[in-house]
Design a binder for this molecule. Structure first.
Ligand code: FES
Length: 327
């Protein structure tokens, strides 16, 4: 008996009052007067947001612009502010509001029907619904494009040609710091030289070279690089393929019978590149070989480039983790 009483009590207290069924044609929300001024303001705000959203990728792509970061922030901030302002105007001036006296559960068919009606009638002030929806979608799309734009900084996806662009062309002379052309006889074994392309910007990443000389019999270059090292002279990019430090050490065995072969070494994290085999990584964190530049000897013994590098110059993200740890 006690259980029955408790169950009855719970049933009575738990019952919600239902919204009385609406008569045919009866409104839930009182009608509101159209406000074309507010609509125009919303259109203007959405338009301004779209312009700011589109401006973001334009500024992003325009490297030469001063204070680029600040302009990027401004474009994104203004786009968000304009969209927020548009939403506020819609909420305050264009959506008819109704004060709820009871909760809508949304589960009872009557409530759901009333809710649908409420939503429908709340927008009764709009006179240019489609245009406003279009403007809102435009602003949202432009903002989405702006938010996705920074993903382009993850690396070139469609056009990777910039990775291969260097000042080296067939026939470019190798010159020293003073601009003097390197001759074959200048290059001795057991040391390395820094060379630059003649008449080119030395600050470019693809410009500096390290030049070394081996006995031609020591060379073990890949088949497609036969002829890249005339008289045993080899040229490699000076920029380490790990994190972009300058290659500044040359390992020369003092007792070749037992000591490791000659190699170029980066002092930052000790990536070590085998000069005899085309710059292969034999130690350290670098993920790919040092790019090699093909050489040729011109009249008078001048050293010249016979083409561009064997691969992209500079630090790389691809392949850094492609290989396991090296001994
Ligand atoms: S930058 Fe050369 S080893 Fe790290």
């Amino acid at each position: 008996m006690k259980r029955w009483l408790i169950a009855l009590l719970v049933l009575l207290l738990g019952r919600r009052r239902r919204r009385p069924l609406l008569d045919e044609g009866e409104r839930v929300v009182p009608p509101g007067a159209p406000d074309r001024g507010a609509e125009s303001l919303v259109l203007l705000l959405f338009g301004a947001a779209a312009v700011c959203g589109v401006a973001f990728p334009v500024i992003y792509a325009w490297d030469a612009i001063p204070n680029q970061t600040q302009f990027l922030g401004l474009a994104l901030g203004l786009a968000l502010a304009f969209i927020s302002a548009a939403c506020i105007v819609i909420g305050k001036r264009l959506v008819v509001t109704e004060e709820l006296e009871e909760e809508y559960s949304g589960t009872h068919p009557d409530d759901e029907e009333a809710l649908d009606q409420l939503v429908e009638e709340s927008g009764s002030r709009f006179t240019r619904k489609r245009l406003l929806a279009l403007a809102g979608a435009g602003a949202g799309t432009a903002l989405g494009a702006a938010l996705l734009t920074p993903a382009a900084s993850l690396g070139p996806v469609f056009d990777v040609s910039s990775l291969y662009r260097t000042p080296w062309r067939r026939g470019t002379r190798l010159v020293d710091e003073a601009g003097r052309a390197f001759l074959v006889d200048d290059i001795e074994e057991g040391t390395f030289y820094t060379a630059y392309p003649e008449h080119a910007d030395r600050e470019q990443m693809g410009a500096p070279l390290v030049v070394v000389r081996l006995e031609p019999a020591e060379l073990q270059l890949p088949d497609d690089r036969r002829g890249w090292a005339p008289e045993g002279i080899l040229a490699y990019s000076k920029i380490c393929t790990h994190a972009g430090c300058a290659i500044a050490l040359y390992r020369k065995p003092t007792f070749p019978a037992v000591e490791p072969k000659p190699a170029l070494v980066c002092p930052c994290h000790y990536s070590t590149f085998n000069v005899a085999t085309g710059g292969q990584v034999i130690f350290g964190p670098a993920g790919r070989p040092l790019p090699q530049l093909p050489l040729e000897i011109a009249g008078g013994g001048e050293l010249r480039a016979a083409g561009n590098f064997s691969g992209p110059v500079g630090p790389s993200w691809w392949g850094v983790r492609r290989h396991g740890a090296r001994p």
